[in-house]
Design a protein around this ligand. Structure first.
Ligand SMILES: *[C@@H]1O[C@H](CO)[C@@H](O)[C@H](O)[C@H]1NC(C)=O
Ligand SMILES: *[C@@H]1O[C@H](CO)[C@@H](O)[C@H](O)[C@H]1NC(C)=O
Ligand SMILES: *[C@@H]1O[C@H](CO)[C@@H](O)[C@H](O)[C@H]1NC(C)=O
Ligand SMILES: *[C@@H]1O[C@H](CO)[C@@H](O)[C@H](O)[C@H]1NC(C)=O
Ligand SMILES: *[C@@H]1O[C@H](CO)[C@@H](O)[C@H](O)[C@H]1NC(C)=O
Ligand SMILES: *[C@@H]1O[C@H](CO)[C@@H](O)[C@H](O)[C@H]1NC(C)=O
Ligand SMILES: *[C@@H]1O[C@H](CO)[C@@H](O)[C@H](O)[C@H]1NC(C)=O
Ligand SMILES: *[C@@H]1O[C@H](CO)[C@@H](O)[C@H](O)[C@H]1NC(C)=O
Length: 453
């Protein structure tokens, strides 16, 4: 694939063609970025009806969106809030996270736990983690702290019950939680990097928890040994048991982004240990090379043809993770910052759709509007937010409850089985189940020709 060592061409091209969207942005001006982000966030929230608190309308065929996207939205809105100081969505964020936390405080509520994958659960965990990281007030129930929810997710996913017991991919975190779901025998890279990302970030919030740090290190070792992340730092989609030797070479910006950020946090937590620097160097460079052709973020596995709804959200995580990486590993800034700018510029130019003529599109490199929806909206928001530093003082005085002593952790540190839903909840057609990477896996035959070397 084409590799761009310099983005100056892109920048020239963009400034020469000007911004044609009704949404405009000067990517070098924080006030301008915030203004654009406010509109994009507002349009993102227009997809949220709140009919079921915390979830976008769905799941298919009732609506476009699977439950994991709810967690994704709240993570994004917390990000938005902490980078702009706009607190108008606080109640919705709070209500959404709490409503979906489940009776075990592990984000497996009975309504959709039967179809949940480890990746889905981890995304919700990341939303709670974002709440903790940004000092968001709450949760305000059951003496909980946001981190308690995160730790419940992490601990469940650390358990043997969620993992491959034997054979050459022993230890890998399965894609699906429940045996009756198709995909139980698929070991998804996304699930494993989401776990590692969550664990790395949790470990530093918990005051350098070495148990968590060790699990993260083991996961990266496993991913590399299993060649899910190869020697060139391509992050592939996953493989099936028992041998995990037929690695599905589709690459998503979601998995790559979460891997980069996880490695960056470990790099920082180990004060720049060489092992982590090597991994981080490789992942940052390869992620930019693969997912930012010509400096514009591209979901390479699907944009050339058609992305499913899940995949339209992925570029949010790509930008967010890279922005976070710059923060904890400042030496990467010179590599990352330029592509975030060119990408955000192109992203905003796609926001010309819908009745309001500013709904965002998916294929930013086309410099036009394609495929509007919550996913493209959230991805463009991520691109804009990646240009803004976190405003640490957003309602800090108000958020003492999230850092105060929590007393007893009401959550049962449940084993995976304890969340197992009753049979009545078992989906009739588990083959059509949800899952972040469902589309990637099920569509992999179609997509195989786009897999990169
Ligand atoms: C479960 O589904 C019911 C019926 O749609 C809804 O009222 C309730 O809010 C849902 N709960 C969760 C946690 O999604
Ligand atoms: C945050 O502070 C505001 C204003 O002081 C208050 O109304 C609100 O209830 C507080 N939120 C929480 C969760 O404590
Ligand atoms: C734990 O949570 C449940 C459900 O919200 C609640 O009924 C119970 O009182 C809580 N227990 C403690 C010890 O806080
Ligand atoms: C691996 O574990 C499964 C489930 O316990 C068992 O059915 C299978 O025979 C084991 N395979 C090997 C190679 O030990
Ligand atoms: C460290 O992490 C482990 C695994 O998540 C957890 O069981 C333990 O309580 C944590 N320790 C502290 C001090 O938070
Ligand atoms: C770790 O992160 C902090 C701030 O987030 C930064 O100041 C520091 O330089 C980082 N450490 C390394 C080794 O880059
Ligand atoms: C996106 O829009 C461009 C320009 O209108 C078009 O050429 C391209 O086929 C569209 N791509 C998709 C995936 O719809
Ligand atoms: C703090 O939060 C309250 C309510 O959540 C809000 O009304 C107020 O504007 C916030 N203050 C700042 C500085 O953002």
């Amino acid at each position: 694939m084409a590799r761009f060592s310099s983005n100056s061409f892109v920048r020239l091209f963009l400034s020469a063609t000007g911004v044609v969207a009704s949404l405009t942005v000067n990517v070098d001006d924080a006030a301008s970025v915030k203004k654009a982000a406010a509109l994009v966030a507002e349009d993102l929230m227009s997809f949220y009806t709140g009919e079921v608190p915390g979830l976008l309308p769905g799941p298919p065929p009732e609506g476009d969106y699977y439950p994991w996207t709810g967690g994704a939205i709240w993570a994004a809105m917390l990000d938005y809030r902490s980078r702009t100081g706009d607190t108008q969505y606080d109640d919705k964020i709070s209500q959404g996270l709490l409503w979906q936390r489940g009776s075990n405080n592990d984000f497996l509520p009975a309504n959709w736990s039967a179809t949940a994958g480890n990746d889905d659960q981890a995304i919700w965990g990341m939303a709670a983690l974002a709440a903790a990281e940004t000092g968001f007030a709450g949760p305000g129930v059951d003496n909980l702290k946001w981190l308690d929810l995160v730790q419940n997710v992490f601990d469940e996913q650390s358990s043997d019950a969620r993992r491959v017991a034997n054979g050459s991919c022993a230890g890998g975190l399965r894609w699906q939680i429940f045996t009756f779901n198709s995909g139980y025998n698929y070991i998804s890279t996304l699930a494993n990097v989401a776990y590692a990302n969550l664990g790395a970030r949790l470990s530093i919030q918990d005051g350098k928890n070495q148990t968590q740090a060790k699990s993260v290190e083991d996961t990266f070792n496993w991913l590399q040994t299993s060649k899910f992340i190869d020697a060139k730092f391509n992050v592939y989609d996953g493989a099936s048991v028992p041998e995990c030797d037929q690695v599905n070479r589709v690459q998503t910006s979601f998995a790559a982004g979460l891997a980069v950020e996880g490695a960056a946090v470990m790099y920082n937590a180990t004060s720049g240990e060489k092992k982590w620097k090597n991994i981080l160097d490789g992942l940052v460079q390869r992620t930019i090379d693969v997912f930012f052709p010509d400096g514009v973020a591209t979901e390479v596995a699907c944009e050339p043809s058609q992305c499913n709804t899940d995949m339209t959200f992925f570029k949010y995580f790509l930008h967010r993770s890279l922005a976070s990486t710059m923060k904890v590993a400042p030496y990467t800034t010179s590599l990352i910052q330029p592509v975030l700018k060119t990408s955000a510029q192109a992203a905003v130019e796609s926001c010309t759709g819908g009745d309001n003529k500013r709904m965002c599109g998916l294929v930013w490199s086309a410099h036009g509007n394609n495929h509007t929806g919550a996913g493209p909206q959230m991805s463009v928001l991520g691109a804009l937010l990646s240009l803004l530093p976190v405003e640490t003082a957003v309602n800090a005085s108000n958020s003492s409850s999230s850092t105060g002593t929590s007393g007893t952790n009401n959550a049962t540190t449940s084993t995976a089985g304890s969340s197992e839903p009753s049979n009545s909840n078992t989906p009739k057609n588990s083959g059509a189940r949800s899952g972040v990477s469902a589309g990637v896996v099920l569509g992999s035959l179609l997509l195989a020709s786009f897999a990169l070397n």
